[in-house]
Every structure is written in C-alpha cells, then in structure tokens.
Design a protein around this ligand. Structure first.
Ligand code: SAM
Length: 226
C-alpha cells in the first residue's frame, strides 16, 4: 500500500453550509482535482468556500468506467477528492465502486468524518440507537414488499431515506407489515430552515402526514420488533 493518500472522500453539508469541517476545506484546497456527482451543485459550494480547483463529474450512471479511468490517473500520482451533492459520498450516493477499485489497486483512501443525514435523524428520533440498521432507499417497485417483509423480524431501529411523495405509502406499508402501533419518527429538512421531526406510532404519523403533506428531504426511523 502506498504512503500518500490518493483519494479523499469528503462529506459536504446536508443543508447548513456551516457544517463543513476545517479539514474538509483544507483537503479540497489541496487535491489536484475534485470529482463531484453534480458539478453545478458542487460548483456553488466550492465558490462559497473560495476553492478553485478542476471539477469533474462522477455519477452513478457510468460509475464503472469512470472508476477505472480515475484509478489510472491516481496511479499516475494525481490526488483526487470525491464529493456528492450532500452528505457523505458513498452513502446512498456514488463512491462505493471507486473505493473498491482503489483498494484493488493498493491506492490509499481516506474518508473524512462529517455530515450524513441519517445520524441526526436517528439521534433526534428518541428510538434506541445503541444498535441500528441503515436501510437507505427502499426499491420503488420491484422488491419493495420483499424488503419490507424481510425487516418484520428486525429488532434494531431501522433507518430509511425516502422521497416526500412516497412517504405516506411507505408508512402505510410499514404499518401493515409491522403493526400500526410501532413507534417511528420522520425527520425532514435536517439542518435547514424548515427542519422538523415528528415522532409517534406509524398510525399517528400516517394521520399527521395525511393532514400535513410533506415537502423536502426526509429520513424515516422505525423502531425494531420488541
Ligand atoms: N450522501 C447523503 C448522506 O450522507 O446522507 C445521502 C444522499 S441521498 C441521494 C439523499 C437522501 O438523503 C434524501 O432523499 C433524504 O432521504 C436524505 N437527506 C439528505 N439531506 C437531508 C436533510 N437535510 N434532511 C433530511 N434528509 C436528508
């Protein structure tokens, strides 16, 4: 394994621009090139941070090819940082394949600690967090019911990412599978102006969000089976 780090995975704010570490800013200013899921979104953040660096796109749809290409460049000595639109790269965002390719080629990687949406949601939920399972996004159609069914016996708190227009459907499916009295929590717009966390049983949350349609970005936590 080489001594110098070739790839830095750098978490960026999930809303509040103050949530970036000193180290993240320094690393972004030191690497040769920054890879971004969406160069326009990340360009705004970098401008805000007064960082001028070559910015190249790295997104899920051609991740295999891009990963191979960037590995060759790192083998040639280039230092890269990967950022996503928000939060930690690789967490429900591109990054996993690039990390795998780097490891296969003995390239040193570092992932800086920093913003990720599911941790504040879990901690704010008041649900047990000594053990939990991060489930990311459920499949939209095929495999959705199977995934939910497989979680019925789960004893740890489950954490999901979900889009606002599928929230009610998700809560209803969870209630059907796990019981309407199961404690749960919905957090939206974490770190942003309209941040809100609603805790209650699945039934209470269904009633609340039927009356108050939700907008923005959402994390759902569901208590495990007792
Ligand atoms: N990489 C990100 C992370 O570290 O959390 C996750 C990216 S994923 C494509 C986007 C999803 O994360 C959103 O649909 C939402 O479920 C969740 N999310 C991101 N920012 C959020 C926020 N400020 N409040 C609530 N949920 C958020």
């Amino acid at each position: 394994m080489q001594e110098d780090t070739s790839l830095y995975l750098v978490p960026t704010p999930i809303g509040n621009l103050e949530d970036i570490t000193y180290r993240a800013v320094r690393i972004l200013g030191e690497v040769d090139t920054i890879l971004a899921e969406d160069t326009r979104t990340s360009g705004k953040l970098l401008k805000h941070l007064h960082i001028r660096k070559p910015l190249q796109s790295y997104h899920a749809f051609n991740e295999h090819q891009s990963a191979e290409r960037f590995v060759e460049r790192m083998k040639g000595g280039e230092k890269l940082a990967l950022i996503s639109d928000a939060g930690t790269p690789g967490i429900s965002d591109p990054g996993f394949l690039l990390v795998r390719h780097c490891l296969e080629h003995d390239l040193k990687i570092e992932c800086l600690p920093g913003p990720v949406a599911f941790i504040p949601a879990l901690v704010k939920s008041g649900l047990p967090n000594d053990r939990f399972t991060f489930e990311g996004f459920l499949p939209h159609k095929k495999g959705r019911q199977t995934r939910i069914k497989n979680l019925v016996e789960e004893e740890r708190t489950m954490v999901f990412y979900e889009s606002p227009h599928r929230l009610l459907k998700m809560l209803q499916q969870m209630a059907e599978a796990m019981g309407a009295d199961r404690p749960a929590s919905v957090s939206r717009e974490l770190t942003k102006m309209y941040e809100e966390t609603k805790n209650g049983t699945l039934q209470e949350l269904i009633e609340y969000f039927t009356e108050h349609p939700i907008k923005g970005e959402i994390v759902v936590c569901v208590q495990g089976k007792k």
